[in-house]
Design a protein around this ligand. Structure first.
Ligand SMILES: O=P(O)(O)OC[C@@H](O)[C@@H](O)c1c[nH]c2ccccc12
Length: 260
């Protein structure tokens, strides 16, 4: 079994457990009774220039523990103060050591839009993301069918959430486009073997039409990486590990944004 199979299996199991506490119908009703979102995540990325999505992540399956100390609220506030356009929060508990509560507390404390970074395998998780204060959810092509992506995008539309549809190869980019994605994240990391190649973003950029937002995800570690991604016309970069390992996150973000 690959790690991706295990991650999706766990996400299904978490959903089964959560449904015992609150049924899908009840959660759906609660989520739909909240004020509709305003697609703020997409809007933040649409602004001219390269946008920065900064990630709060304690650990990952490929790197183990990345941050021994994890004052997630302070990290999120530092990101915001240093000019992050959006914040990505891992909620997957087992491999990424994330938590729904991290997202809820961060979304309450900052005014930039937050992405629920998790392995969405059930519509339940989208309603839950809304309840937690997220402005966007991640839909990973390699674990979903085109039909599911379509269906989940329409649930997001109903809630005013943005969907970041993640693709790792040409076939998945086409699948995302066919499903009506307005925002595609090209993952430079292969979730099957964890190899990283920022050339993915360069290769797939031309497949993505100009009216679809293009986010380059993973493995961005230097000003040079950022400059190259800017050159190919990325709308945003999603950076986790590089920021999480930096002692001074604000300074690191300023350096990557070219402000220093
Ligand atoms: O830490 P990095 O290499 O900067 O990567 C961030 C982000 O792209 C990565 O965490 C990620 C990309 N796709 C995912 C899907 C699930 C969990 C995590 C991810």
């Amino acid at each position: 079994m690959t790690i991706l199979d295990q991650l999706t299996g766990c996400a299904r199991e978490r959903t089964v457990q959560a449904k015992l506490r609150i049924s899908l119908e009840e959660l759906k009703q609660q989520a739909l009774s909240l004020p509709k979102g305003n697609f703020t995540f997409e809007k933040a990325i649409k602004k001219p220039g390269l946008s920065f999505i900064c990630e709060c992540k304690k650990a990952s399956p490929s790197k183990g523990i990345i941050a021994q100390e994890f004052p997630y609220l302070q990290i999120a506030k530092d990101y915001e103060a240093a000019g992050a356009d959006c914040i990505s929060v891992l909620t997957e508990p087992k491999w990424f050591l994330g938590s729904d509560q991290y997202l809820k507390k961060i979304a309450d404390a900052v005014s930039v839009p937050c992405l629920r970074k998790d392995f969405t395998v059930d519509e339940y998780m989208i309603y839950k993301a809304k309840m937690l204060g997220a402005s966007a959810v991640l839909l990973i092509c390699s674990i979903l069918s085109e039909e599911q992506i379509k269906e989940y995008i329409s649930i997001c539309d109903e809630l005013g959430l943005s969907a970041l549809v993640e693709a790792h190869d040409e076939c998945e980019v086409r699948m995302a486009l066919n499903a009506g994605a307005r925002m595609i994240g090209v993952n430079n990391r292969n979730l099957k073997d964890f190899s990283v190649d920022t050339g993915n973003s360069r290769r797939f950029r031309k497949l993505i039409p100009p009216d679809v937002l293009f986010v380059s995800e993973s493995g961005v570690s230097s000003v040079e990486d950022v400059r190259k991604l800017c050159e190919i016309g990325a709308d945003a970069v999603l950076i986790g590990e590089t920021l999480m390992r930096a002692e001074n996150k604000a300074a690191k973000l300023a350096e990557l944004r070219g402000v220093l």
